[in-house]
Design a protein around this ligand. Structure first.
Ligand SMILES: C[S@@+](CC[C@H](N)C(=O)[O-])C[C@H]1O[C@@H](n2cnc3c(N)ncnc32)[C@H](O)[C@@H]1O
Length: 317
């Protein structure tokens, strides 16, 4: 089934994300604006969640030209009712799609857990689960709970704060659809982005950002940036060693290790605390056999390496 999604992306990452969507998801109608990439795809949602350069993933409900809001809140509510909330049937259809997508992920997650339990029974260890799904996806007969998160910029932001707009849009949805507001643990979240160029409405498909890798117990360089660096590296490398001479907590090493499966990696750092964190990340990613760590200064490297990744913020004194 063809669904329309969008992902948020860090500054300058939009091109890479658009490429990834086309290459890995056979995405169509790929369109990018600053900080967001829109696309259609009939890929399984699990495959969509494997995007490496995206920050967050949303089901797109509406992408429309910018709206202008009167200063009077009552009049603004009328405009919001017409241009953002629209008709109830469209919301019902979108919520159904969102629920179906959640079901796809839940099925996959449960199958994964079952397989994990079977493996753990053989190994006799406790099963652990990654909980990135929206936990309560069952929409019964009762109206679902929801909250609105609105971000605005440009002319609208001069008259309205994001918080105030979230409240006005929330009230309009409540009135139109009869949903219950729950600011703490809603079933549905509605994200609205209003700028001088766009009016975008979506619902996040995961609780956690795609950019939060489950194995990064300690965060260093943002994983999307680390992946962008490693995407420059040829994939078909054999029998070579790739070096990160200032590896920190190992973000680049781990992104690269997943991209180049026939390669061994060496991470060096002078700071033992960083190396200990890197070791925990490497272990969580199950990469102990392929990513090796060494306490050593980059200044002392005298061996030849096929590729050297280096990300370091130099300061001048
Ligand atoms: C910005 S972090 C590197 C980020 C890392 N590439 C990653 O993937 O997360 C910089 C690291 O360089 C290390 N460093 C600084 N000078 C160094 C040197 N001469 N040799 C090796 N490591 C060094 C610091 O200890 C720090 O952990």
């Amino acid at each position: 089934m063809m669904r329309r999604f969008y992902c948020t992306a860090g500054a300058g990452m939009e091109d890479l994300l658009a490429e990834e969507v086309k290459n890995n998801l056979c995405g169509t109608e790929v369109e990018q604006i600053s900080g967001r990439v829109f696309f259609c795809s009939n890929a399984h949602l699990h495959t969509v969640t494997q995007l490496k350069s995206a920050e967050r993933l949303f089901l797109l409900l509406c992408k429309a030209p910018p709206i202008s809001l009167p200063n009077n809140p009552a009049k603004a509510a009328v405009v919001i009712q017409q241009s953002i909330v629209g008709d109830a049937d469209t919301w019902k259809r979108n919520v159904l799609t969102w629920t179906t997508l959640q079901g796809e992920l839940q099925d996959r997650h449960q199958r994964g857990q079952k397989r994990q339990r079977e493996e753990d029974e053989i190994l006799n260890v406790d099963a652990t689960s990654t909980n990135s799904l929206n936990s309560n996806i069952h929409l019964g007969k009762d109206p679902p709970s929801f909250r609105v998160s609105c971000r605005c910029s440009g002319i609208i932001a001069r008259s309205y704060t994001s918080q105030r707009l979230s409240r006005i849009i929330g009230m309009a949805i409540k009135e139109k659809l009869g949903w219950k507001v729950d600011l703490r643990e809603p079933i549905l979240e509605v994200n609205v982005y209003l700028s001088d160029d766009h009016c975008i409405v979506g619902m996040p498909l995961l609780k956690h950002p795609l950019a939060s890798r489950h194995y990064m117990k300690h965060n260093g360089l943002r994983s999307t940036i680390a992946w962008a660096m490693t995407s420059l590296c040829p994939k078909q490398l054999n029998d070579c060693v790739i070096l990160d001479p200032m590896c920190g907590v190992g973000a680049v090493l781990l992104e690269a290790a997943q991209e180049c499966s026939n390669t061994v990696f060496l991470g060096m750092d002078t700071d033992m605390t960083q190396l200990q964190k890197a070791a925990e990340n490497v272990k969580a990613a199950g990469m102990e056999g392929r990513v090796h760590l060494l306490q050593c200064s980059a200044m002392g490297v005298d061996k030849h390496f096929t590729i050297v990744f280096c990300y370091h913020l130099f300061s001048t004194f």
